[in-house]
Design a protein around this ligand. Structure first.
Ligand code: GLU
Length: 505
């Protein structure tokens, strides 16, 4: 077979917020396409009008733009294979439904929901298939004339795929190897509904993958049961030679216990299962997102990439570029991947350490704004550089460094009890005098003179430093003392000492 151009697609149905598992599927498709110089297509599978949710498509696009996953063609990107929204491709599907009908590989069925219900009650384990279809109301049991008349009268119908029984269908999966099932377990799937003149997922999916020249279908494990049916559809159309290769990705599992990761796990354990915050347009319920929770997109990408794949060694920190170079479907696991959300926090911490202080400062500015802090960018950059090591999220920066920007108005009671001694006020007044006389207020400049003063007076260094810290920070935390006073500057340092002495006496 000649080498086909690699073309993959991500084909979500716009039924709500995009689950994090869907994001991983898109990521693997993207990495695969980029690595092999292929195309990545964004297709919207919206043939199930009952499940359409307004805003979902925009949400999905915004998620990928935040994450840095880029498409080459598709809805909102254009391309030569459009339209890329299935609801705009009705006429195309109709043509292919007719092809199957003409070839006798599909048939028209008129059974109403009530009639189907009655059959289910009558026959246990009823399935619409080779064993039952000749007892139903369809174009196989009615005359051509009857069928034509019913359609002319406006009777609603569906088109069903006529599946031949007792045939072993083999799906070659790039991750799972050969998966064989017998066609007798399949029912005659509905491919098209006259009621809304739309195909079902299976038909639209196959027709589009074929017409869009998709070479590889990389998707979640939940679609594996559909794969044999898809193989049969490719054959029925005579497209078996150009059928895409399948790769079904492992499930994302709960962090603890068994089963699929659900939104409830996220709510219970406190992590998002969606890339961005989502507000349900019907219920107005808000679900948290990685972006709003303070994750960096690079961290989310890195974390997701390793849920079901590994580079072959224990390398963990990888940029998108490295992931593209290293990605390999052969290194994807068959078995489910436990969703270790604590690892996501670890990745975020790592990426915060890697980022420029300038960049972190820019992300921290809005938070400072919320606290009505106005500070020079230089100061914010310095503070961030000193404190980022202590945080895993940008928003945690406020907690650990607010005292650089806002003077304490209260002093932590416990610390005062323990660390503000009888002579602390007197010592702090003296210290203020010493500091006031320092010309070089750099960290080293202060340290040398203050330490000499302590030695000369034979004070207890710990006691002085504890009281000094309490005066500047309001509690017993923070980085190296002279780092703090240096950032605050002489004037502010003296002011804070003075205030502490006044209040604590
Ligand atoms: N529309 C399906 C979904 O929502 C696409 C499945 C596939 O990739 O074939 O995931």
């Amino acid at each position: 077979m000649s080498q086909r151009k690699v073309r993959v697609r991500f084909a979500p149905s716009p039924t709500g917020a995009l689950h994090i598992g869907g994001v991983r599927t898109a990521l693997y498709n993207y990495l695969f396409a980029r690595k092999l110089g292929g195309d990545f297509i964004f297709r919207i599978e919206d043939t199930d009008s009952n499940r359409f949710v307004p805003g979902a498509e925009e949400y999905i696009l915004e998620s990928f733009s935040w994450l840095g996953i880029k498409f080459d063609e598709g809805v909102s990107f254009g391309g030569n294979y459009g339209p890329y929204r299935q609801s705009e491709r009705r006429e195309i599907y109709k043509k292919y439904v007719h092809l199957l009908l003409e070839a006798g590989k599909a048939y028209i069925a008129f059974d109403t929901p009530d009639e189907l219900e009655a059959k289910r009650a009558e026959i246990s384990n009823f399935q619409y298939d080779a064993s039952t279809r000749m007892r139903m109301t369809n174009s196989l049991t009615l005359s051509e004339e009857e069928v034509t008349n019913l359609i002319a009268e406006g009777k609603q119908y569906v088109v069903r795929f006529k599946i031949e029984p007792n045939e072993d269908i083999c799906v070659h999966d790039l991750i799972r190897g050969e998966v064989v099932i017998n066609s007798s377990i399949l029912d005659d799937k509905v491919l098209y509904k006259s009621a809304d003149e739309l195909p079902t997922y299976h038909l639209a999916n196959i027709v589009d993958d074929h017409l869009m020249e998709v070479s590889h279908v990389i998707r979640g494990e939940e679609w594996l049961p559909s794969a044999p049916l898809h193989v049969l559809l490719y054959r029925a159309f005579g497209w078996a030679d150009t059928m895409p290769a399948f790769a079904h990705l492992p499930l994302l599992l709960k962090p603890e216990g068994n089963g699929k990761l659900s939104k409830r796990d996220g709510d219970r354990l406190g992590f998002p299962v969606f890339p961005l915050q989502w507000k349900d347009p019907k219920t107005a319920e808000i679900s948290s997102g990685y972006r709003e929770a303070g994750y960096l997109p690079e961290a989310v990408i890195n974390f997701l990439a390793l849920l079901g794949w590994n580079p072959g060694d224990d390398k963990e920190l990888m940029s998108m570029q490295e992931l593209i170079e290293l990605f390999d479907l052969n290194r994807c696991n068959k078995s489910g991947a436990k969703f270790d959300y604590k690892k996501a926090v670890w990745f975020n911490h790592q990426y915060i350490q890697q980022k420029d202080n300038e960049e972190i400062a820019q992300l921290f500015l809005p938070i400072l704004g919320e606290h009505h802090v106005e500070a020079s960018i230089e100061k914010v950059v310095t503070v961030v550089g000193m404190m980022k090591e202590r945080v895993s999220f940008i928003q945690e920066l406020w907690d650990v460094c607010h005292f650089f920007f806002v003077a304490p108005t209260e002093y932590d009671e416990k610390t005062v009890k323990k660390r503000w001694k009888e002579d602390s006020a007197k010592c702090m007044i003296e210290l203020a005098d010493v500091l006031a006389g320092i010309d070089d207020f750099s960290i080293e400049g202060q340290e040398k003179i203050v330490m000499d003063w302590i030695a000369e007076k034979e004070y207890h260094t710990g006691n002085i430093m504890n009281a000094f810290r309490l005066a500047l920070v309001g509690e017993g935390k923070g980085p190296h003392m002279f780092d703090i006073s240096w950032v605050l500057g002489k004037e502010e340092t003296l002011l804070r000492i003075k205030r502490a002495v006044e209040i604590l006496k």
